[in-house]
Ligand binder design. Structure first.
Ligand code: GDP
Ligand code: MN
Length: 381
């Protein structure tokens, strides 16, 4: 669950991390009123969207008086930042910046440890730093059982070569950020930039937080839930009770069982294609479920072919085949379909499908062949 910057700052503030005071608003008039309440200039007008690089896209502006607040708020509200339309802006008191750093915690699954990254080169995207100057990122791996202590944090700050003036402030914030990350049940806590002010204070100027949705029951996250941007396809699928995750590719995928659906994504990638979604229709591949799944996929304009990958277990092959045929009577599908049917009574299922095969409805006996065909039909190889 991704938080907007202003929510991330509230989250940080709850762990005592210094952030700038401000207000989230949705209209130009409220932006002006918020700036008046802040009462000192400059104020910063910041787009609230679930994507980075807002600064570059014109979504972060300093205003020196009320007219400029009005001007920037007008320009930023409604702005399209990488496909995200700005509906909320955050008005905060401007900060003087001496230096910009980067700090984050996330999980390194392969190391089975938390990964902390710290860099004296903040304010730019960390991916760029990682590419152009990887030595500028000081990394530490933290065993969750041991946690992070002050001495380790201090050594880490020294390794990142932050300005010595920032050392105490940075150590303090990193310890708090680690607490926010672990006790707050976050998958990511990132501050970019973490700033050193000319006065010597260290301060979080931006906040990127991803919370672990599985931990929601331990917290009061209702407000965060309300502002989640839901993928329209995901919403439609969830309403039909389908396990669906939207992706960026062109091969629509229907499989039964999460494991098989995951392997289907892999095999489509292996065949040189890119999946448009993950869709697990679960155990009962009946006509209703299949029709619902096909409908969701058919409504995705990016889908150029559909790969139905079913392994009959308790649900027998002939039921699956009848389910597919019945579903195809109910839904008119634009993209060509490739079916791979295996498992219990697969023979019977295939012979039921056989008379209905065409360019539009194809069948392959192996997962890899089916994936190759689907990828080809999608025009990807
Ligand atoms: P992002 O582009 O989405 O990461 O948005 P940020 O919140 O990180 O802001 C981008 C950049 O705007 C920062 O790196 C700063 O250089 C600048 N900026 C943001 N807030 C302030 C501020 O209060 N004062 C000054 N002088 N610059 C700011
Ligand atoms: Mn930033």
């Amino acid at each position: 669950m991704d938080l907007f910057e202003y929510q991330g700052k509230q989250f940080f503030a709850a762990f005592d991390i210094p952030v700038s005071k401000g207000e989230a608003v949705t209209t130009v008039e409220d932006a002006v009123a918020a700036a008046e309440r802040i009462g000192q200039y400059p104020v910063v007008v910041k787009a609230q969207v679930h994507t980075g690089g807002r600064g570059k896209a014109g979504g972060v502006k300093l205003a020196n008086d009320l007219d400029e607040v009005r001007e920037h708020a007008t320009n930023i509200l409604g702005l399209d930042i990488k496909g995200h339309i700005v509906k909320v802006i955050w008005i905060e008191v401007g900060s003087d910046i001496a230096e910009e750093y980067y700090a984050s915690f996330t999980l390194d699954r392969s190391a089975k440890k938390h990964l902390g990254m710290l860099s004296a080169e903040g304010g730019v995207e960390i991916e760029t730093v990682a590419e152009e100057n990887p030595d500028a990122i000081a990394k530490i791996w933290i065993d969750p059982v041991d946690g992070l202590d002050e001495a380790t944090a201090r050594t880490w700050v020294e390794a990142a070569k932050l300005n010595p003036d920032a050392e105490d402030g940075a150590v303090d914030i990193l310890l708090k950020l680690y607490r926010a990350y672990t006790e707050g049940d976050a998958d990511l806590t990132e501050i970019n930039p973490l700033i050193l002010k000319p006065t010597g204070e260290v301060h979080a100027l931006d906040a990127k937080v991803t919370l672990d949705g599985n931990a929601a029951y331990r917290h009061e996250w209702d407000e965060y839930e309300l502002t989640q941007e839901r993928d329209e396809r995901e919403q439609a699928a969830n309403e039909k009770g389908l396990q669906y995750v939207g992706l960026d590719g062109s091969v629509g995928i229907i499989a039964n069982g999460a494991g098989l659906a995951m392997s289907t994504l892999d095999v489509v990638n292996q065949a040189g294609g890119s999946p448009a979604n993950f869709l697990d229709i679960g155990g009962g591949a009946n006509a209703d479920v299949m029709a619902g799944a096909l409908e969701v996929i058919n409504n995705d304009a990016a889908v150029k072919s559909i790969f139905i990958n079913i392994f009959g277990g308790i649900t027998r092959g002939e039921e699956v085949a009848n389910g597919i045929l019945e579903a195809l009577k109910r839904v008119t599908i634009d993209a060509p379909i490739v079916i791979r049917l295996d498992g219990t009574n697969a023979e019977e299922g295939r012979s039921i499908l056989e008379p209905h095969l065409s360019d539009q409805l194809q069948m392959q006996s192996t997962m890899l062949e089916a994936a190759r065909t689907a990828v080809q039909l999608a025009g990807e190889s």
